[in-house]
Design a binder for this molecule. Structure first.
Ligand code: ADP
Ligand code: ASP
Ligand code: MG
Length: 426
């Protein structure tokens, strides 16, 4: 017997028919004698619809009221799954964020998970009841409903798994694991059987939306056994324990798998893209000490996350251009802040471009291999793709390119690093 947290994403619960399939998967786990908690997303498209309602009601919406609206999608699917399980003769009940409670802190619309007081829920699970928890939602210190940022149900699931000390946390989604890149872009993407936490964290943070970044860091911190699986299985499929998904493992476990020859170390493990960045260029910024601090200090104070930064070589007149990227959703705010401070900063113009994409290659193997970035630049150059900005970390290289070239760039790089699955026709 095990204690398991199962999470089902938006496509997996889109409609009562799909919720019935999910209920069958959950029932099979419970029937195997396991204690089960289930975290659900809103139906696919529902959160976008709710976000749009907020924008229509008030473009400058209050994040606390936004949370009241957008958290409702998860409440619906949690109730429907409980009802469906009950119709199958299972004992199940929903536990809303404030009922568990899932305590959160910091900003509305982007809250972070704090303590989860799971004693009552654990007692219910030990008594044979299936606990259904709406993902994405929590409760603030002052008792108001909060949400955890887009894709936050993954983090809810890992947080619940840590709180109930689950044996594993299974993330069921619309693909059957983590691939070398988004399988919807590259048909020859390969499924990765085991991936190290650090690599998954980096991939998630640069746009591989299969897991929310915070869910990976939380799983790493609390040592939650995390796997990604498909919910699109038929009744005759084997149980989740034996389905071939992707296991997210510690560096130590990865080391053992490498030693046993069960995993082959690639220099690049995966490629991700992110179209949610925008480029900002400040022209003719005074080339003097403290100039960039004056630009980026206030942006940081305003919670705007600046990612890639380039400062051009200074011109004759003691001036330089500064290029950087910010999340697309913060572009208008960034532009307004810079225009407001134009005189103080002494630059000439702000030029913005929202039609850019960041392409990143990630792999632990980079620590010990040179030339990864050179391969990237050459492969892109061979296809005439212009690189507008570059950033690197120990296990990642990212480039900024024209958004229209995203798919081409991902495909070209996937081939360049030898990640393509063998041609089936060959
Ligand atoms: P859910 O609603 O289940 O949370 P998401 O849409 O958030 O699902 O995440 C699953 C999607 O992530 C897949 O449909 C796929 O298009 C995308 N994706 C991006 N990168 C990857 C990757 N490297 N491996 C698998 N899926 C990926
Ligand atoms: N429903 C939320 C979203 O679409 C949370 C989630 O699905 O993880 O972002
Ligand atoms: Mg998701």
């Amino acid at each position: 017997m095990a204690r398991i947290v199962m999470k089902f994403g938006g496509t997996s619960v889109a409609g009562t028919e799909r919720i019935r399939r999910v209920a069958n998967i959950v029932r099979a786990q419970a029937a195997g004698g396991n204690q089960v908690a289930v975290v659900v997303s809103a139906m696919a498209g529902e959160t976008d619809r709710l976000v749009n309602f907020c924008r229509e009601a008030n473009p400058l919406f209050d994040p606390a009221e936004y949370d009241v609206v957008v958290s409702s999608g998860e409440q619906v699917t949690a109730g429907l799954l409980a009802l469906t399980l009950q119709s199958m003769g299972c004992r199940a009940r929903s536990w809303l964020g404030w009922q568990v409670p899932v305590k959160t802190f910091a900003n509305h619309a982007n809250a972070r998970v704090g303590d989860i007081e799971a004693a009552e829920m654990i007692a219910a699970m030990e008594g044979g009841q299936i606990a259904i928890i709406p993902g994405f939602q929590g409760v603030s210190d002052d008792g108001r409903i909060t949400t955890m940022g887009r894709g936050g149900s993954d983090t809810s699931a890992v947080a619940v798994a840590a709180a109930v000390e689950a044996d594993r946390c299974d993330i069921y989604t619309d693909v059957d694991g983590v691939y070398t890149t988004d399988p919807r872009i590259v048909a020859r993407a390969r499924k990765i059987k085991h991936i190290a936490f650090e690599e998954m964290l980096e991939l998630a943070s640069v746009g591989a939306k299969v897991l929310q970044t915070r869910s990976v860091s939380m799983a790493m911190k609390y040592n939650v056994r995390l796997q990604v699986l498909s919910s699109f299985v038929d009744e005759s499929s084997p149980s989740a324990d034996t389905l071939p998904g992707t296991m997210i493992v510690s560096e130590e476990e990865m080391g053992k798998l490498l030693e046993d020859g069960q995993v082959e170390r690639q220099v690049v493990t995966g490629i991700a893209h992110d179209k949610n960045e925008a480029r900002v260029v400040l022209t003719r910024v005074p080339d003097k000490p403290g100039a960039v601090a004056e630009i980026f200090g206030p942006l940081g104070d305003a919670g705007i996350n600046v990612d890639m930064i380039i400062q051009n070589v200074g011109r004759d007149k003691g001036e330089t251009d500064v290029t950087f990227t910010v999340p697309l959703s913060d572009l208008a705010r960034t532009q307004a802040m810079l225009e407001d401070r134009k005189e103080k900063l002494g630059f000439n113009r702000v030029i913005t471009d929202s039609k850019v994409a960041k392409i990143s290659v990630v792999g632990m193997g980079m620590k010990s291999h040179a030339g990864v970035a050179a391969t990237m630049f050459q492969a892109l150059a061979d296809r005439g793709i212009n690189v507008q900005a570059i950033s690197t970390s120990e296990i990642k290289v990212s480039v900024l390119i024209d958004e229209d070239e995203t798919e081409l760039a991902v495909r070209v790089l996937h081939t360049a690093y030898g990640l393509d699955a063998p041609d089936e026709a060959a």
